[in-house]
Design a protein around this ligand. Structure first.
Ligand code: PEP
Ligand code: MG
Length: 832
């Protein structure tokens, strides 16, 4: 890679510019500061310092030198003369220092030549000019960067929406350029309705497009990897170019678009048909289908209009009522799932004030329509416009229009059917965590999705909310008409359309039995977890937010076996400070009233990008830089987490846990960071450091890891994914992913064996722990702590209470030899 040297009269300034450019260029870039004089604090430039910096940055590709004022140029020229060799590979750049360094860093990181890097730096001011709108980007600049036109015969192309709040500004544009450069393809990008397309490998060009939230980029690619390049850029765009999607932008992240749309011509399932998918959350429910995606509005009943004036008043008052209801829903969801999940309702409020809906509705009233018919027609029309867009994420905005449409019609007719206040079985293509979070468990009877698996986050949330769910039912499920009676069986993973009366009756009886069983389990939820013979098995809860801590205690959790700290980092431009993290941990620990809390350090990866921690896209994110691997690449992030945890550990029973550990080295490196954090905080209180066992390598080398890990917690979601080589979110692989796979149980046994030799305890915090039958098998194998969604605690405790430990042990041994997961589970289920 081309090296870059920043020369400035001020040492601080040079170092600051290097830091800034490194944000874009990454750690591996040879980026050197040469600022100030030898004598500390004295302003000026020093040829010897510049020479040394050039030598440090030197590579076969050469070095670009950026300078600030006057004598900086002279010092740089002297420095080149002083070089032993390589002087012919140094280019002095007249580019503006800050903008030039940033643009050069992005280009260098993408593997550009010295000349290309120098050109990029030179054009850097055009970015700012374009953003400020003070001048059009220099045409000659654009021309020199592109060939002036898009390739005539593109091999692949796409329209990509700009979904992040601040548009394609420097950092997201840098990600765009880096992605485009990563493929053997000639990629061009333009803005729909804007200037002609430019080469996508230039940061300047991409920023100069001035693409903002709501714009659509037209991207074309030609060459051997054209399709791959377009696919990667498409993925990047969906993540808001790594910044996250602005609330209300693509609006309804209720549904994701990264699955193929249902095949054209998919037929709605016939009356009486049963669709089979994956069991995701236990229980059974019948009710009217409520489609979150692809749904339609029920036309309002016909009636004679009462006169334009009166109809207008009715509409205005229905709009106010709807606004109040949306605001109330927003506050409820914010309390239940967090503020960011609730932001979807801000988009709904905006729609209630949107002239695109209001104008045609008011005109129709003037022309003699009833308020509900006028609003119905306007909502249908606007939803249709969204559906007609060629960007899937924008198409899905139609769902929000329909939702708002239902709300207002409901207020006008007295029949409420808004999806966020649905009472029925929610049906969706694929429910994102945000989509699931906005559902009200008091009203949603069941969930059925076309895609997803039992360990998908929406399924985890459904279990946490105690709503029966079947996922991965196939595309035809979203073809079911809104209002059709359906039966969801969360145990069998099925959905039946228009079930016969006797099936409904049977389901009702089963629901009643399940409800009674749950009520009985809840009565004894506060007893300690133990087998029938008294052998203790601690039953803990998994938390994904601070709000869940009190809920966990309420469900009888004896502690928290997994706090997923990702929630502190989601949707954030800046990393959370040590103080903020410590404050949040303190709130959670206090809510646990003395119960133990295991805090897992950040488990991020390219599969769930965090705006504050940009990560390059990966072909295979689940096998990429995630979990502890990121933490070790960015030790400051880990150190900050450790310092926050240490501070809280001084007051509460807190432990730390590392995700995705594969080797002893990783654990040792993290321990070293912990040691430094300890010195920095001065906290002497002991802090146990455990690891998640979720990679087969960790299970197989547990005896080595046990030398340094204070405890283990088996992450069976990932452990199953990696053992079975089956991506955890792919419903087509459900048979490989569902239930206690014998191969995974063997890894559990090996981990327990190795750990017990060193006196280390083993828990399970994967979803298996919350399945009562699987929980019995895991505890039978010697696991002493099970951690699960809070709502599942009482039932798992009840299951353990009903079995002798010796019996569980014997059955668990047999399960190791079972032919498949279903057979292994059935052995334990027979005991309950
Ligand atoms: C797991 O992999 O089992 C686990 C608990 O971690 P996560 O689901 O957060 O990846
Ligand atoms: Mg995991």
């Amino acid at each position: 890679m081309v090296g870059i040297v920043v020369v400035s009269h001020s040492e601080t300034l040079a170092e600051g510019v290097v830091r800034l450019a490194r944000e874009m260029g990454g750690e591996e870039l040879a980026l050197e500061a040469a600022g100030g004089m030898e004598e500390e604090g004295v302003l000026g430039t020093d040829a010897e310092r510049v020479r040394a910096a050039i030598e440090r940055a030197m590579s076969d590709e050469g070095v670009l030198v950026l300078m600030d004022l006057g004598s900086a140029l002279m010092s740089a020229e002297f420095a080149i003369e002083m070089l032993a060799d390589g002087g012919d590979r140094v280019v002095l750049s007249e580019a503006p220092l800050v903008e030039g360094a940033v643009a050069a860093a992005v280009a260098a990181r993408g593997g550009a030549s010295l000349q290309e890097v120098a050109d990029e730096a030179r054009r850097a001011l055009a970015m700012k000019a374009s953003q400020l709108g003070v001048a059009e980007p220099d045409a000659s600049v654009a021309d020199s960067a592109s060939d002036g036109h898009a390739p005539s015969a593109a091999d692949a192309e796409a329209s990509l929406p700009v979904l992040n709040a601040i548009g394609l500004h420097a950092r997201p544009a840098a990600r765009f350029v880096e992605t485009a450069r990563g493929f053997d393809a000639d990629v061009h990008v333009g803005k729909l309705g804007g200037a002609p397309p430019v080469k996508a490998t230039s940061l300047t060009n991409v920023v100069a497009l001035g693409a903002r939230l709501g714009d659509t980029l037209r991207v074309t690619a030609s060459g051997p990897q054209a399709s791959d390049a377009i696919a990667a850029l498409d993925d990047l765009a969906k993540s808001g170019f790594g910044d996250g999607v602005a609330p209300g932008a693509a609006a309804p992240p209720v549904e994701t678009a990264d699955r193929p749309e249902p095949a054209a011509g998919t037929e709605p399932p016939a009356s009486g048909a049963t669709l089979t998918g994956v069991p995701a959350a236990g229980g059974v429910a019948t009710g009217p289908a409520r489609l979150l995606s692809g749904g339609s509005l029920e036309p309002p009943p016909d009636r004679d209009p009462a006169g334009a004036e009166q109809e207008r008043e009715r509409l205005e008052s229905a709009l106010s009522e709807a606004r109040e209801a949306v605001t109330a829903d927003r506050d409820t969801v914010a309390r239940r799932a967090g503020r960011s999940e609730a932001e979807i309702f801000d988009a709904h409020l905006a729609l209630l004030d949107d002239d695109a809906l209001l104008d045609p509705a008011r005109s129709a009233i003037t022309a003699g329509a009833t308020a509900e018919r006028a609003w119905y027609d306007a909502a249908q029309q606007v939803a249709e416009q969204y559906r007609g867009l060629d960007v899937p994420l924008l198409q899905e905005r139609a769902v929000d229009v329909l939702d708002v449409g239902r709300r207002v019609i409901g207020a006008l007719t007295g029949v409420q059917t808004s999806t966020s206040s649905v009472s029925g079985i929610v049906i969706a293509g694929e429910l994102t965590p945000a989509g699931a979070a906005r559902l009200d468990p008091a009203r949603v009877l069941g969930i059925a999705t076309a895609h997803g698996t039992a360990t998908a986050h929406a399924a985890i949330l459904a279990r946490a909310l105690g709503i029966p769910a079947a996922v991965g039912l196939g595309d035809s499920v979203v073809e079911i008409r809104d209002g059709t009676t359906v039966l969801v069986d969360g145990e069998a993973g099925t959905l039946q359309v228009d079930p016969p009366a006797e099936v409904v009756r049977e389901a009702e009886e089963r629901r009643e039995r399940v409800a009674q069983r749950r009520a009985a389990a809840r009565e004894r939820a506060y007893e300690p977890g133990a087998f029938k013979d008294g052998r203790r098995v601690e039953v803990f809860a998994n938390l994904g937010s601070a709000a869940e801590a009190a809920r966990a205690v309420g469900h009888g959790a004896e502690g928290v076996g997994l706090l997923r700290t990702e929630f502190l980092f989601l949707d954030r431009e800046e990393l959370p400070s040590e103080e903020e993290q410590a404050d949040t941990l303190r709130v959670i620990a206090a809510a646990l009233e003395g119960r133990p809390l295991i805090v897992r350090t950040l488990d991020a990866g390219a599969d769930k990008p965090l705006p504050a921690l940009p990560m390059p896209p990966e072909a295979n994110p689940f096998l990429g830089v995630r979990g502890v691997r990121i933490s070790l690449q960015q030790p400051e992030v880990l150190a900050t987490q450790f310092r926050a945890i240490l501070r809280v550990a001084a007051e509460y029973p807190v432990k730390a846990m590392l995700p995705m550990v594969a080797t002893l080295d990783e654990l040792q490196a993290a321990r070293a960071v912990l040691g430094e954090a300890r010195l920095a905080t001065g906290v002497r209180a002991p802090l146990e450091l455990g690891i998640m066992v979720e990679i087969p390598a960790a299970a197989l080398t547990a005896s080595r890891l046990a030398q340094e890990a204070d405890f283990f917690s088996l992450g069976t979601n990932d452990l199953t994914q990696y053992t079975m080589a089956a991506e955890r979110g792919d419903e087509r692989l459900a048979p490989l992913l569902t239930g206690p796979q014998p191969a995974v149980l063997r890894l559990v046994r090996e981990t327990v064996r190795a750990a017990s030799e060193r006196g280390r305890l083993v828990g399970v915090c994967g979803e298996l722990a919350g399945d009562p039958a699987a929980a019995v098998l895991l505890a039978g194998l010697g696991v002493t702590e099970l951690s699960m969604a809070p709502a599942l605690v009482p039932e798992v405790k009840a299951a353990l209470r009903s079995v002798d430990s010796s019996r569980a042990q014997a059955v668990a041994e047999q399960a190791l030899d079972a032919p498949d997961a279903a057979a292994a589970r059935a052995l334990a289920a027979a005991l309950l």
